[in-house]
Design a protein around this ligand. Structure first.
Ligand code: NAD
Ligand code: TYD
Length: 360
């Protein structure tokens, strides 16, 4: 049975990836989820799989070399999918240090531990082992007027402490291929949205605030562009890259779905209006009057847009979920998981962890 080590599996994309993998492979794979449970990690995201025999959660920090090496010593890991990171740009502007510690040094710990576990005496590696670094399109910097898309060959030009730290982890991963022929892949994905996204990010923040009649903060002129991808499509792409990608290669993943932030906010408000029933008291709260222009983010990247040509041509992946459909699925999920939102915004999920794991 193939064993996956997923870091950051209690976060937004990691938990969606774990669900995707169990839906696809059922009992034929084993997943070990290693997560430090920072503010962004939430075991409630995995409630429905936590009792499965082929799923194990280990609370560990990727910066903790001994703990990570022990996990590799105790388990015959075949695939590493490395999501764990500090992921929010605004937080990185306020506190860059933790971004370097987790995203750069933590990645180095993961690379070294996997290399140590997989390396054979002749310097080659055990058969069929793969390490995937989940990178971001933000490593390429910002597209300006007249620019086309980010390609795999676009030079790195990160601007925020977040993207600079992700670029460092990304380049270290590539260096392990170039130097040691350590079996890696890198995926650089555009902005994700979907279930379980922490409400500090644009889409869940707008949904949550709109339903409570709270202001909807728009940075700057609201015309910054992001290329939004439904999170299941990202999970599928990661799996396909690990199955079919050429070792040592980078693959860009994007939704072909560029939208200005203000367009996203308007679509959310219109979709909420369509989906809320007439007798729902929240319907009267959802209004364009809530849109509030606020001070711009420092160093705010203007536009991100991915050309996913390479992954399509080499691997056959393409984005399947249209934004219209994906945003409805996301809003429906938030409607059905009001408690989740209450818990993550109140810190209740930490209590969940204590109750769940201290009694074991
Ligand atoms: P997230 O913030 O929702 O989740 C991050 C997870 O990592 C959390 O569960 C957290 O507890 C865990 N974590 C943080 N520090 C840790 C540490 N030191 N040790 C162990 N675990 C730790 O993030 P996300 O949005 O799910 O992003 C996951 C990955 O995908 C990140 O590497 C991010 O850079 C990348 N990415 C995100 C997007 C996006 O739109 N969200 C787009 C492209 C790439
Ligand atoms: P975000 O979800 O933080 O993702 P990223 O910065 O990684 O792209 O932000 C998406 C876009 O939305 C970005 O241009 C910043 C903008 N934004 C707002 O206008 N208001 C907000 O409250 C937030 C969180 C983001």
């Amino acid at each position: 049975m193939r064993t996956y080590l997923v870091t950051g599996g209690a976060g937004f994309i990691g938990s969606n990836y774990i669900h995707y993998m169990f839906r696809k492979y059922g009992g034929s794979i084993r997943i070990i989820n290693v997560d430090a449970l920072t503010y962004a990690g939430n075991l409630e995201n995995l409630k429905d799989v936590e009792k499965q025999d082929n799923y194990t959660f280990i609370r560990a920090d990727i910066r903790d070399r001994e703990a990570i090496e022990q996990i590799f010593a105790d388990n015959d890991i075949d695939r590493v999918v490395h999501f764990a990171a500090e992921s929010h740009v605004d937080r990185s502007i306020r506190n860059p240090e933790i971004f370097v510690e987790t995203n750069v040094l933590g990645t180095l710990v993961m690379l070294n531990a996997a290399k140590k576990a997989w390396e054979l005496p002749d310097g080659t590696y055990k058969e069929d082992k793969r390490f995937l670094y989940v990178s971001t399109d933000e490593v390429y910097g910002s597209l300006e007027e007249g620019d086309t898309y980010f390609y795999e060959t676009t030079p790195f030009a990160p601007h925020s402490p977040y993207s600079a730290s992700k670029a460092s982890g990304d380049m270290l991963t590539k260096a392990y291929w170039d130097t040691y022929r350590f079996p890696i892949n890198i995926t650089s994905c555009s902005n994700n949205y979907g279930p379980y996204q922490f409400p500090e990010k644009l889409i869940p923040l707008i949904i949550n605030n709109a339903l409570q009649g709270k202001k909807l903060p728009v940075y700057g002129d609201g015309k910054n562009v992001r290329d939004w991808l439904y999170v299941d499509d990202h999970a599928k792409a990661i799996d396909m890259v690990q199955e079919k990608g050429r070792l040592g290669e980078r693959y860009n993943i994007g939704g072909h779905n560029e939208k200005q932030n203000i367009e996203i906010i308007n679509i959310i408000l219109e979709t909420l209006q369509e989906m809320l029933s007439e007798d729902d008291p929240r319907k009267a709260l959802v209004s364009k009057e809530l849109i509030t222009y606020v001070e711009d983010r420092k160093g705010h990247d203007r536009r991100y847009a991915i050309a996913p040509d390479k992954i399509k041509e080499e691997i056959g992946w393409y984005p399947e979920t249209m934004f219209k459909e994906g945003i409805r699925l996301t809003i429906q999920w938030f409607f059905e998981h009001e408690d989740w939102m209450k818990n993550v915004t109140s810190g209740g999920y930490q209590k969940y962890y204590e109750e769940m794991y201290q009694t074991k």
